[in-house]
Design a protein around this ligand. Structure first.
Ligand code: TRP
Length: 453
């Protein structure tokens, strides 16, 4: 009763609420499992440097662009581009985003389901006596995988069904502090274990001779995924922003927070891998390269936790998978919100019906993937490695040539008329019009060439 709504659309209740929701979207499996293994795979701190450059020079400007389009149009990505481009051509970018949202979520859910499975396994030992080493193979090889995918989806749909401030904002406000706490405590604990110093050294000592085109491609892809860019998630979140929220400041905060969490996750995972190595657990394959990230996170680490033993080992293990699960949940809701907002806005369906309907479609693909997890790589290649940069590229081009950066700057300044920022915003416009599209374009073309080679 207390709040006056100007339209039926939700809005964030508080500035902090939005920042936490956007940070919740950003911080996810990408930070805690993707980033550390990318760093380790690419030779350590040299990757971090390139990654930071990608986040600030490309990710941040694109994030500001998405939020601005969202707040200006107050629509889902399809509606937003339609509104800004009467020819209807722009809407293709929105449809592509909705499609990527559905597809990325479908494999994201499967992996998220694993976190849940490990928490259950640890607490109830329901997997019997296979032990954790065999558990991953057992889990991913049959209907259990589908069951956990479905359960995780139910959580996600439940939150989205609650709406913007009552669902997304409230859930992230509760979950994010927990996530931060568990992460920091765990990283601190791993530091006390034998062998961790070697991991810290590998993580932080740069070897700049390792910087290459491939490394740069991975870094940019990782930046897009981690910051939740390129498919309109932040257009959608931006559409629930009040006019007086400072878009630039919020985007900087979210970017910095996401990077901060990734950096700490690196301090947890990479040293933990070397602790495991120190205990004789295999972390390298026969060819001397690091095992896959799935193996590292879902078999090496559990084995390490098991070696700790007792209730304390159990506690550490459960905390870790809970951490991963919470991070995944606040990201999954942002992936689901995009197609749900599209269905609500464009097809006049209630939020409840929309979330059930989209949830069912996503689950359809999720269940298929859960029976053949090799498909995850295919989905990653198409929707993540090609889809997101393509979406980001089209967004930059659209903003420059169709909507025009001047209009975007006016929207950004809306809450702060005549803001002293305008020089800063001119720099931003220059990035969106030239730097970002050229760099993303290079990466995009190279990625495709790499794939067909
Ligand atoms: N950023 C999340 C992660 O790091 C994943 C994610 C959530 C995402 N929403 C997104 C990726 C939108 C791309 C687009 O795990």
């Amino acid at each position: 009763m207390a709040t006056i709504q100007t339209s039926g659309r939700g809005t964030w209740n508080s500035k902090l609420g939005f920042i936490l929701a956007a940070a919740g979207s950003a911080v996810g499996l990408g930070n805690i499992w993707g980033y550390p293994t990318q760093v380790a795979d690419n030779g350590g701190a040299a990757f971090i440097l390139v990654y930071l450059i990608c986040c600030f020079l490309i990710g941040l400007p694109v994030m500001i662009a998405e939020l601005t389009i969202g707040r200006h149009t107050r629509k889902n990505p399809v509606g937003a581009f339609k509104k800004l481009d009467k020819s209807g051509f722009g809407a293709i970018i929105g449809y592509w985003g909705v499609l990527c949202g559905v597809m990325i979520l479908s494999f994201y859910l499967v992996v998220s389901g694993w976190t849940l499975a490990y928490v259950f396994e640890e607490i109830f030992k329901f997997a019997g006596n296979t032990g954790l080493a065999g558990f991953f193979g057992d889990l991913t090889n049959g209907p259990k995988n589908a069951i956990f995918t479905i359960v995780f989806m139910l959580f996600t749909v439940g939150i989205i069904n609650g709406g913007v401030s009552n669902g997304i904002e409230r859930a992230t406000k509760i979950l994010m502090p927990f996530l931060l706490l568990i992460l920091i405590l765990m990283a601190a604990y791993v530091m006390t274990l034998e062998g961790s110093a070697e991991g810290v050294r590998r993580y932080l000592l740069p070897d700049f001779s390792l910087i290459s085109l491939d490394l740069t491609l991975s870094a940019l892809g990782q930046a897009f995924f981690s910051l939740s860019l390129g498919m309109g998630a932040l257009i959608t979140y931006g559409s629930y922003l009040k006019k007086n929220q400072n878009i630039v400041e919020s985007a900087v905060l979210v970017t910095v927070f996401d990077i901060f969490i990734a950096l700490i996750a690196g301090l947890l995972i990479i040293p933990a891998m070397y602790v495991a190595l120190n205990q004789g657990i295999q972390i390298f394959g026969d060819d001397g390269s690091l095992l896959s990230s799935a193996t590292l996170v879902f078999t090496v680490l559990p084995e390490l936790f098991q070696n700790i033993g007792g209730y304390f080992g159990l506690f550490i293990s459960v905390s870790f998978f809970l951490l991963l699960g919470l991070a995944a949940l606040t990201s999954a809701i942002s992936l689901l919100e995009v197609p749900v907002a599209y269905v609500i806005d464009e097809h006049n369906v209630s939020r409840k019906k929309a979330s059930l309907l989209v949830g069912a479609v996503v689950l359809f693909f999720g269940i298929i993937i859960s029976f053949d997890i090799g498909l995850i790589d295919v989905f990653v290649a198409i929707f993540n490695e090609i889809g997101l940069p393509l979406g980001g590229l089209m967004t930059c081009l659209f903003l420059t040539w169709i909507w025009k950066t001047g209009n975007a700057i006016a929207e950004i300044e809306n809450g702060f008329p005549g803001a002293a920022n305008s020089r800063r915003l001119k720099v931003w416009a220059f990035f969106i019009s030239y730097i970002c599209p050229v760099l993303i374009g290079i990466v995009f073309v190279t990625t495709i060439l790499n794939m067909i080679r």
